[in-house]
Design a protein around this ligand. Structure first.
Ligand SMILES: [Zn+2]
Length: 221
């Protein structure tokens, strides 16, 4: 499992992950841990909703930290940028267990809210979020895709649903018929091989069930 871990941060992260009860110095045990999820297809407003929740928590006096996956730097490597144009400073990282190391344990201990965007890309999503909420009493807000372009499980998003405090599924208007809600992310490029294909409106459309099944049948026949 440790093969391929070459950087000091990666080794420290793996070390943290191996601990059965992860304890960082100075962590408060007075807060109550929570896990909230914002899921949906591409272009359904997940990042906008995540930024809004962070603003609300900060207005209530909580200290928040936002992170995004380093795999998705379509718009910025230091900000979460919603498709609607809202922005918020963030750290772009490969693994979530890098957060306490990146921030420093003292800073990490003072963070009340961890907001995670593009959560489907994090390989340690479930273990980190459970520990952050249940061992370290953080409020964790996770935003990510409800499924991949084949409507299959994407990363560890679905693993968190049974243990989340709340799950909000967002939709958008169907980009093909504009009559009903866009529920699924239809890939519009010829690359139907790889699950991960970072892209924007040139690569994906949010579509309703009827349009998805019609397009899928057309692509596969
Ligand atoms: Zn439609």
């Amino acid at each position: 499992m440790s093969k391929g871990l070459t950087t000091p941060v990666a080794k420290l992260s793996q070390c943290c992950l191996k601990k059965s009860k992860r304890s960082f110095p100075g962590l408060s045990s007075t807060r109550r841990g929570e896990i909230h999820m914002i899921i949906g297809p591409m272009f359904s407003g997940k990042s906008t909703a995540l930024i809004q929740r962070v603003k609300e928590d900060e207005a209530a006096g909580l200290q928040a930290q936002m992170v995004n996956s380093s795999r998705d730097v379509r718009y910025s490597s230091f900000e979460v940028v919603s498709h609607g144009g809202a922005t918020r400073p963030c750290h772009c990282i490969e693994k979530l267990w890098d957060i306490p190391i990146l921030l420093g344990f003292e800073h990490f201990s003072r963070v009340d809210v961890l907001a995670i965007d593009e959560a489907q890309f994090f390989p340690d999503l479930a273990s980190f979020c459970i520990s952050a909420a249940e061992d370290h009493h953080k409020k964790v807000i996770v935003a990510g895709l409800s499924g991949d372009f084949r409507r299959k499980r994407f990363g560890q998003i679905s693993d968190l649903i049974p243990i989340a405090d709340s799950v909000l599924k967002l939709t958008s208007n169907c980009a093909m018929c504009d009559m009903t809600s866009g529920l699924f992310s239809l890939r519009t490029t010829s690359n139907w091989e790889n699950q991960e294909l970072i892209g924007g409106p040139d690569s994906y459309k949010p579509v309703c069930r009827s349009c998805y099944t019609s397009a899928w049948a057309e692509q596969t026949t």
